[in-house]
Design a protein around this ligand. Structure first.
Ligand code: EAX
Length: 338
C-alpha cells in the first residue's frame, strides 16, 4: 500500500539518510524471500538472518526480507530455478549448486584448492571470485557475495578413515556437481549426488554410508545421530553464494540494488566470523554427541591428494585458459596468506 503523501516523503527522507544522505532514495515496499539449505542455527542461516536485519534497518522497514532455512522453500535446484523464473527472490546455496548453470563455478570445488579460510576470503573477494560472479546475470542470477561453508570432511557409519583405502567402497552422498562425483570415483567410493534435504534420511536407513561436509553442517543437521565417524580429510573448501533473481534485480532502483549489495557484504563479514567461531567448537560438540573424530596422517592425505589430482588436471583443461591463468595467479597470490 503506498503511504499518504506526507508519510511517503518521510519514509523516503528516512531511507535517504540511511543510504548515506542520497536525496529522495527510491526504495519501494517489497517482500523478499531468502532460502538457505541448512538449519536456522547454522552460520549460513545466521548470516541470512543478519542480512534480513541489515536490510530492514537500511530501508527503514520498506524492504521486508523473510528467511526460510533448511530448504523450507524446496530442494537446491528447485530454488535455483525459482530465482531464474522470478517466482522466488533470493537463495543462499553452496556454490556447487551452480554447476549446471555456470560450469566455471566448479573450479571452486577442485580438491585441495584452498587450505584455510584466510586464503578463501582472499580468493573469493578478489578478481577470480568477481570473474565468476560476472557470469551469473546472463543466466538469470545475480551474485551479491560469497560466504563461508568451510573445509569439507568425510563422515560415515562404517569405520574411521585413516588411509586412502578406507574410502574405497563407501556409498557417499555428494553435491549435485561433476567435480565431487569425479573426486569420489577417483577415491574408489560410490558417489551418490543428492539434495542435502535427503541426506539425513538416506544415512538413517543406511541407504548411504557417508556424506562429506564441514563439521558445522554435521552438527546443525544432527548427522551425529546417524554417523559414527568423522575423518578430517579437508578435501575441498565449501563456498556459499548469495543469489538474487535477475528478474527481481532488473525491477529494483539503483538505490535498492546498492542497499542489497551493501547488506550482503556486511552480512558476509558477520557470517564468516560466526562460522569460524562456531567451527572452533564443532569438533568438541560432535565428540560430546558421540562421534569418533580422527585426523588423517599427512602421508595419507598426500596419497588422497595424488589420487584426485587427475580430476583437477582434467577439469582445468576444459575451461577458458584465461580464466585458468587468473585462477592460478590468484592461488599463487593467496598461497602466502594464513
Ligand atoms: O549449503 O549440500 C551440501 O552439502 C552443502 O554443503 C550444504 O547444503 C550447505
Amino acid at each position: 500500500m503506498t503511504p499518504s503523501g506526507i508519510t511517503r516523503r518521510t519514509a523516503l527522507a528516512t531511507t535517504a539518510l540511511l543510504l548515506g544522505g542520497a536525496a529522495q532514495a527510491q526504495v519501494e515496499d517489497r517482500t523478499i524471500r531468502i532460502g538457505t539449505t541448512v538449519p536456522a542455527d547454522h552460520p549460513i542461516s545466521l548470516g541470512a538472518k543478519k542480512f534480513t536485519e541489515i536490510v530492514a534497518a537500511k530501508s527503514a522497514g520498506k524492504l521486508k526480507v523473510k528467511d526460510y532455512p533448511a530448504l523450507a522453500l524446496g530442494p537446491e535446484l528447485q530454488q535455483q530455478s525459482a530465482l531464474i523464473g522470478g517466482v522466488q527472490e533470493m537463495f543462499v546455496p553452496s556454490s556447487a549448486t551452480l554447476a549446471g548453470i555456470v560450469r566455471e563455478f566448479t573450479l571452486l570445488d577442485l580438491p585441495y584448492l584452498i587450505r584455510n579460510p584466510a586464503q578463501a576470503d582472499a580468493l573469493m573477494d578478489g578478481p577470480f571470485g568477481q570473474a565468476l560472479l560476472a557470469k551469473l546475470p546472463e543466466k538469470g542470477l545475480v551474485g551479491l557475495a560469497m560466504w563461508e561453508n568451510g573445509l569439507r570432511h568425510i563422515t560415515n557409519s562404517r569405520h574411521p578413515i585413516q588411509k586412502l583405502e578406507d574410502v574405497q567402497g563407501l556409498k557417499i552422498r555428494v553435491q549435485q556437481n561433476p567435480i565431487f562425483i569425479d573426486m569420489f570415483k577417483a577415491l574408489k567410493a560410490n558417489p551418490v549426488p543428492m539434495s542435502f534435504g535427503e541426506v539425513y534420511g538416506a544415512l538413517e536407513t543406511k541407504a548411504l554410508d557417508a556424506q562429506e561436509n564441514p563439521l558445522l553442517v554435521a552438527r546443525s543437521a544432527k548427522l551425529y545421530e546417524v554417523q559414527k565417524y568423522a575423518s578430517l580429510t579437508g578435501h575441498a573448501y565449501g563456498v556459499i553464494i548469495v543469489l538474487v533473481s535477475k528478474k527481481l534485480w532488473d525491477k529494483l532502483s539503483a538505490d535498492e540494488r546498492k542497499l542489497l549489495q551493501a547488506s550482503a557484504l556486511e552480512a558476509r563479514d558477520y557470517q564468516r566470523q560466526v562460522s569460524r567461531e562456531q567451527a572452533r567448537k564443532a569438533m568438541e560438540e560432535l565428540k560430546a554427541a558421540g562421534m569418533v573424530i580422527n585426523e588423517v596422517a599427512p602421508a595419507e592425505l598426500d596419497r588422497m591428494r595424488q589420487a584426485v589430482q587427475p580430476v583437477a588436471d582434467r577439469a582445468l583443461q576444459t575451461f577458458d585458459p584465461a580464466l585458468v591463468r587468473l585462477l592460478r595467479s590468484e592461488l599463487e597470490r593467496v598461497s602466502h596468506i594464513g
